[in-house]
Design a protein around this ligand. Structure first.
Ligand code: G3P
Length: 194
């Protein structure tokens, strides 16, 4: 409905704020998208700026996802679907930011923020698994993929509402699409490790 338009638009704009781009510009004067994997995200910030800034980017990108969910909450306290749609809008903004000619990141930190607020136990279980995979294999992309694929699966098993589960499937689909080059690299054994 029309009352969704404003919170969803605000959420997209929030998501479009690329903290990896801002921090690498401020601290190093470069465009992060010209380095490493070319991705505007926390993982590539780790390659360009190091651990502290990467952690800050992860946190800020997660927070903007939470802020988007909060925007949906403000519009309608009861409507979890609207909150999830706002979260998805923030992830779309992160991946395709209007301020950066639609070349942004892969949406994982923002997804973490959205899912921790809306589907906490699914995020927790998927998160623990993802961290395990990252620690063992050193592939952040593999952990990211496992995280987003596990979320709807855990939601199904834990009997979350179907409508919410279906919506998170959209998050999974976007994440897989954004990681398509990572998937090719993983299969070829050419993916960057951290
Ligand atoms: O969240 C992004 C991560 O999964 C992969 O980033 O820079 O290695 O492509 P990158």
């Amino acid at each position: 409905s029309l009352s969704w338009l404003i919170p969803v638009l605000i959420s997209y704009l929030l998501g479009s704020i690329s903290f990896s781009f801002i921090l690498t510009k401020l601290l190093k004067g470069v465009d992060i998208r010209e380095y490493g994997s070319g991705n505007a995200g926390a993982t590539n910030t780790l390659r360009v700026l190091g651990k502290g800034p990467a952690a800050a980017v992860f946190l800020l990108d997660a927070l903007k996802g939470m802020a988007a969910v909060g925007t949906g909450y403000l519009a309608d306290h009861q409507n979890q679907i609207l909150m999830m749609v706002c979260g998805i809008a923030a992830i779309i903004g992160h991946n395709w930011p209007v301020f950066l000619r639609f070349r942004g990141g892969k949406g994982i930190a923002t997804t973490v923020g959205v899912t921790v607020l809306l589907v906490f136990y699914a995020a927790l279980i998927a998160g623990v698994l993802a961290i395990l995979f990252i620690v063992i294999t050193r592939y952040v992309s593999l952990g990211s993929l496992i995280f987003t694929v596990m979320i709807p699966l855990v939601m199904l098993v834990l009997h979350f509402p179907y409508s919410l589960t279906l919506l998170t499937l959209l998050i999974t689909a976007m994440a897989v699409w954004r990681h398509r080059q990572n998937i090719v690299n993983l299969i070829k054994g050419q993916e960057r490790k951290i």
